[in-house]
Write a protein that binds this ligand. Structure first.
Ligand code: C5P
Length: 238
């Protein structure tokens, strides 16, 4: 595997799923000795708009803005215009063709990631919607289209990262949430369904892993980060 040259402190993107700027700053301060990449999602953005984003950027860290835009193409384009050129490194949109095309027109200096299928969405949810494909097939199809249309990368679970990397090549940026610590994890014990370890996700070809609760709710977040980074480093060196 040819791993991209990404600093170890940017491999894990810590998801700041908290309800206030104060709590977000607290998590950043606790993690920043080891991590320089943070994800601002819907909860924190709704609470605090761009204030947390700007504060994190001012501290010299990178930001993934995970608002998963999904609307008519023109509205998505206008929303992406509100985000571009403010220092955000990665932004997320839903992965269907018209949305991707519109967002690409307005991405400025950001990299755009198409969400393939949410990691909380499993095979039984596909069946319940009357879909006959497997999750893997749907993820692969959406990722392939995103790449063909010129998207920088995709958000995909660790279960599909290997196939995406193998069949779609090295250029595609793969960002993987649904990470849980511990060998042979199959159940996160929460809403996430398609989960893997950080080590497996990176080993299979993900460029970054997004980790929220296993770090933010840990008694010792740095210990969890150190353990994951050690495993990631070992995988990359092998
Ligand atoms: O706490 P946990 O590690 O499950 O957090 C995962 C984060 O990644 C959440 O912020 C969630 O919104 C985000 N995410 C995800 N699945 C996707 C895209 C984003 O879990 N497909």
């Amino acid at each position: 595997m040819n791993y991209k040259k990404i600093p170890l402190n940017e491999r894990i993107i810590v998801a700041l799923d908290v309800d206030s700027d104060e709590k977000a700053r607290d998590v950043v301060k606790r993690c920043e000795s080891h991590v320089g990449y943070f994800k601002v999602g819907l909860q924190l953005f709704m609470a605090n708009w761009f204030n947390s984003v700007d504060w994190i950027l001012d501290r010299g860290h990178k930001v993934m803005l995970d608002l998963k835009f999904f609307d008519i193409p023109e509205t998505v384009k206008l929303a992406v215009e509100q985000v571009n050129n403010r220092g955000v490194s990665l932004a997320t949109i839903h992965g269907n063709d018209p949305i991707i095309r519109a967002a690409l027109q307005a991405k400025g200096d950001m990299q755009l990631l198409a969400v393939t299928v949410l990691t909380s969405f499993g095979e039984e949810d596909m069946r319940a919607m009357g879909m006959t494909q497997t999750v893997e097939e749907l993820v692969f199809y959406r990722a392939q289209r995103a790449l063909e249309l010129g998207c920088d990368g995709v958000v995909s679970s660790g279960l599909e990262a290997g196939r995406l990397r193998r069949d779609l090549g090295e250029k595609l940026l793969i960002v993987t949430p649904g990470i849980r610590p511990g060998a042979n994890v199959t159940d996160g014990g929460d809403d996430q369904k398609r989960i893997v370890t950080a080590e497996r996700a990176i080993g299979d070809g993900a460029d970054h892993v997004v980790v929220g609760r296993p770090i933010t709710q840990a008694a010792d977040p740095v210990a969890v980060i150190e353990q994951m980074q050690m495993e990631i480093e070992k995988t990359i060196a092998e």
